[in-house]
Design a protein around this ligand. Structure first.
Ligand SMILES: [Zn+2]
Ligand SMILES: [Zn+2]
Length: 335
């Protein structure tokens, strides 16, 4: 009897608010305009935790999560022109945009009305293979054609988009939540001679030490006052309370940038915290232009990612560690 060989291992979310389950599922076939990718590594992002916990509505069910994918093109579908078999590619959160809505037409495809997202409304990279629309794949510089490259695809990209919102003349930048995104953003900021203040959960000495090693001029608890007023604060931690806390330490005209897809409610605060042209902004998704621009900049810094790797089948353990805050830098699944 012929052996069935068209199966792959995958970590599947059968329904929200359950653990991932290791399953053998059919290897996806590249359709029109798609590439099939043999996944080398896939990072675990905080957004994956929000999806798994059911905090984001309407995920694909069942779902293969994962949107920080580095892999090698193993097959190409009809009409593919940008990539060949053997190319190293990256796949990020933005998996499809319509190209027709007012946002797409205005160069704001990150806000597309009909967007689809990798590892959320499209299957992602917690698997041995995945398929992706070639128009939404990135060529990966050789320096990052490995597990180190995976966190660049979301932590790096969303971090970069958040960092690009910082007013150009800003000198003092606060970062709240010192995880995967922050450890990349600080390298960009230091490269441009900015001063970074790193805020962590109270008592998280490990993350504070890590921030100082990466060049933060000050690291402390999120409840503490930084040594100087800040020109901008980027919040990566999903904690709404941090918004008024950050506003309190901003200079005039300063900006709070919320870099996460999910945040607990922001408590009310006195208007005087916002007065004098302080502002609050959120960052949603990414554009392909962000991706190309960041992947061109990263090797020139050069950005080094700090990762802890886990085999695919240990995804639940990695997720548990990530929740506890015990991972320095980023957690990455390797296949
Ligand atoms: Zn659109
Ligand atoms: Zn992400």
């Amino acid at each position: 009897m012929a052996q069935i060989t068209n199966l792959m291992g995958a970590m599947v979310l059968e329904k929200p608010a359950t653990e991932l389950v290791y399953k053998k599922v059919a290897i996806p076939v590249a359709g029109q305009g798609q590439v099939q990718i043999k996944v080398t590594a896939c990072g675990i992002c905080r957004t994956d935790l929000h999806i798994i916990d059911g905090e984001l509505a309407y995920p694909l069910q069942p779902l293969i999560p994962g949107h920080e994918i580095v892999g090698i093109v193993s097959a190409i579908g009809a009409g593919v022109t940008a990539f060949n078999i053997g190319d190293t590619v990256g796949v990020a959160w933005l998996g499809f945009t319509c190209g027709r809505c007012r946002y797409c037409l205005n160069g704001q495809e990150n806000l597309c009305d009909n967007a689809r997202f990798t590892g959320y409304t499209l299957n992602g990279g917690f698997a041995e293979y995945t398929v992706a629309d070639e128009r939404f794949c990135f060529a990966i510089p050789s320096l990052y054609a490995n597990a180190q490259g995976a966190p660049l695809l979301c932590a790096g990209l969303i971090g970069y988009r958040s960092y690009c919102m910082v007013p150009e003349l800003a000198v003092n930048i606060g970062i709240y939540g010192f995880g995967a995104a922050a450890h990349i953003v600080i390298q960009l900021a230091r490269h441009q001679y900015k001063q970074v203040f790193a805020f962590t959960r109270p008592g998280d000495d490990i993350s504070q030490k890590f921030a100082l090693q990466l060049g933060a001029v000050w690291a402390g608890d999120s409840t503490q006052r930084p040594p100087e007023k800040m020109d901008a604060a980027i919040i990566f931690a999903p904690v709404g309370q941090l918004v008024p806390q950050a506003l309190l330490h901003l200079g005039k005209g300063g900006m709070v940038i919320c870099g996460g897809i999910y945040m607990s409610d922001i408590p009310s605060f006195p208007y005087k915290l916002l007065w004098q042209e302080r502002s609050i902004k959120s960052v949603a998704n990414l554009t392909r232009a962000d991706g190309r621009s960041f992947l061109a900049v990263a090797p020139t810094v050069p950005i080094h990612t700090h990762i802890t790797t886990y085999p695919l089948q240990k995804a639940n353990e990695a997720i548990y560690r990530l929740r506890q805050g015990g991972i320095e830098g980023a957690a990455v699944l390797v296949m």
